[in-house]
Write a protein that binds this ligand. Structure first.
Ligand SMILES: Cc1cc2nc3c(=O)[nH]c(=O)nc-3n(C[C@H](O)[C@H](O)[C@H](O)COP(=O)(O)OP(=O)(O)OC[C@H]3O[C@@H](n4cnc5c(N)ncnc54)[C@H](O)[C@@H]3O)c2cc1C
Ligand code: FES
Length: 269
């Protein structure tokens, strides 16, 4: 693990969709799918990101353009430098012999991409199978379509795949198919519904939470969810753990430390 940010050069940039770019860096990290890194843009801020690509000395971070930090990130060019520290947190437990379903909502798919790679690499050998469900608002926002050719897609506006949310498509798939494990990442209300579906069907689940983070290594308490520090105890939690976390899907902590009732912004919920 890198404890101080190391300055690394952007060696390539891939436009994944109109709002998402992947930045590639030559860096060797001992990374487990589900973990995250802190990216530092000097004189601006430091923010958490998943690694969406991890291959022999090369890592990729897929960034959705949202506010100030990600807008500045999107303006970076090949050769520009950012600081990276990590990886942090507890990742997914891999069950390559299971029939798994991986459910990504919006940019949550970035956190799951390295898991899909890892499971695809090992699943055949272990006779497991991974089905990937990706939900987006519209066709243009679908990520990694060439990379993972056989995903089940859904969009809120029906421009590609099933018309409805990732939760709707999971519910539908659970009627037709038996899964031993569900992995998911996306808006917290979506994850709350995924956890409920898995409980109803008696399926193990592991969900990756995206709480507001500052330090990223368990010191500031900003990312608390019912006494769990999401940055070190998570970000991946299993269904049993989540059922004991009363704030999950209901209460969030804003960047000023205020506890507020969760109001979903995204129609993915
Ligand atoms: C473990 C983890 C992994 C993440 N992985 C990715 C990823 O792979 N790709 C990606 O595009 N985004 C990822 N995010 C979210 C990313 O950190 C935010 O999109 C980014 O910080 C937004 O900053 P901003 O200044 O552009 O937007 P702002 O306008 O400041 O915020 C927009 C929204 O981004 C979220 N956000 C802002 N700051 C933080 C923060 N410090 N910690 C957590 N969430 C924040 C909040 O939901 C906020 O409403 C991840 C978050 C976490 C916690
Ligand atoms: S971000 Fe500081 S404790 Fe988790």
């Amino acid at each position: 693990m890198i404890e101080q940010p190391v300055m690394v050069k952007i060696c390539d940039i891939l436009e994944e969709s109109p709002g998402v770019k992947t930045f590639f860096f030559k860096l060797n990290l001992n990374f487990e799918p589900g973990q995250f890194v802190m990216v530092w843009i000097p004189l601006l801020d430091e923010k958490p990101f998943a690694l969406s690509y991890v291959q022999d000395g090369l890592i990729g971070i897929s960034v959705l353009k949202r506010g100030v930090f990600t807008n500045v990130f999107h303006r970076k060019k090949i050769g520009d430098m950012v600081g990276i520290r990590g990886p942090y947190g507890r990742g997914f437990s891999l069950k390559p012999d299971f029939n798994s379903c991986i459910v990504g909502g919006g940019i949550g798919m970035a956190c799951l991409a390295s898991l899909v790679d890892r499971l695809n690499l090992t699943a055949e050998k272990h006779q497991g199978n991974a089905t990937v469900i990706q939900g987006a608002r519209t066709a243009a926002e679908i990520l990694y379509q060439k990379r993972f050719g056989n995903m089940k897609l859904c969009t809120d506006d029906g421009t590609v795949g099933f018309k409805g949310t990732a939760v709707d498509l999971l519910r539908d798939s659970l009627i037709k198919q038996r899964f031993q494990k569900v992995y998911a990442c996306g808006p917290e209300r979506m994850l709350f519904k995924v956890a409920g579906l898995c409980k109803e069907h008696g399926i193990e689940c592991e969900l990756s939470l995206e709480r507001y983070m500052k330090c990223g290594f368990g010191v500031c308490g900003q990312c608390d969810c019912s006494g769990q520090r999401v940055c070190v105890d998570g970000p991946v939690f299993n269904g049993e753990e989540l059922s004991r976390m009363e704030d999950f899907g209901k209460i969030i902590i804003t960047k000023t430390g205020k506890r507020i009732i969760y109001k979903p912004k995204s129609i993915l919920n």
